[in-house]
Ligand binder design. Structure first.
Ligand SMILES: [Zn+2]
Length: 212
């Protein structure tokens, strides 16, 4: 868990685990703190309470895999493997930094104390933006079968759009995860050639679907 000032390892009790997702903004109370080799560790107990923030976001920051690594896509693509994308683990729509050099870094939502105003902040360029000047972006965690191995891969908006195009379907952005899931299910499975960097799709070629 982390906030603006620090981060801490936190052991979560079994019953609470399923209610939490990476990237959620939560408030944990009644926890136990242990000091071990100068490091504080947090642990929930049976009386701990967890509050998940949905609309009234104070701070919303994601793990470091929330940044599109897509930089310069080379025209020649050696070392591409074949795979079949057949499932979805996660569709994560978010607001990203409009500055090109930030590569669609996921924005943090901050709220001024005691005022209802909130603003978007980019941790890469350390700048504030209004929501309507930011980009809508999307990260998907997909399941792929590649030479008999099951893999979890992360794809960002440009590659997701490619998958839709290969099916002749126009991608429509939404902040509704369920809507994104069901629309994505309609275009799967897709046969692809791909290359990855740290499980994130770097290059992608989709096999076009011809009328069957
Ligand atoms: Zn930025």
């Amino acid at each position: 868990m982390k906030d603006q000032s620090a981060k801490v390892n936190c052991a979560i009790w079994e019953s609470m685990v399923d209610t939490l997702e990476v990237g959620q903004c939560i408030k944990l109370s009644n926890c136990r703190v242990k000091l071990f080799q100068d490091e504080k560790k947090l642990s929930t107990t049976s009386s701990s309470e967890c509050e998940v923030f949905i609309d009234d976001i104070v701070l919303n920051e994601l793990s470091s895999d929330d940044e599109d690594i897509q930089r310069d896509e080379p025209a020649a693509m050696p070392d591409m493997a074949s795979g079949n994308i057949y499932g979805i683990m996660e569709m994560d729509p978010y607001i990203s930094c409009p500055k090109t050099s930030c590569y669609n870094k996921k924005m943090v939502t901050l709220r001024e104390k005691d005022i209802k105003l909130y603003f978007m902040f980019c941790n890469s360029c350390q700048s504030r933006y209004k929501t309507n000047s930011c980009n809508n972006y999307l990260r998907a965690v997909l399941l792929m079968n590649s030479n008999g191995n099951e893999k979890k891969i992360t794809a960002f908006l440009p590659h997701i759009k490619k998958m839709y195009e290969s099916r002749g379907i126009e991608f429509v952005f939404s902040f509704d995860r369920k809507e994104l899931m069901s629309s994505m299910m309609n275009i799967l499975p897709i046969e692809v050639k791909y290359s990855l960097v740290n499980n994130t799709v770097k290059n992608l070629i989709c096999k076009r679907l011809h009328n069957e």
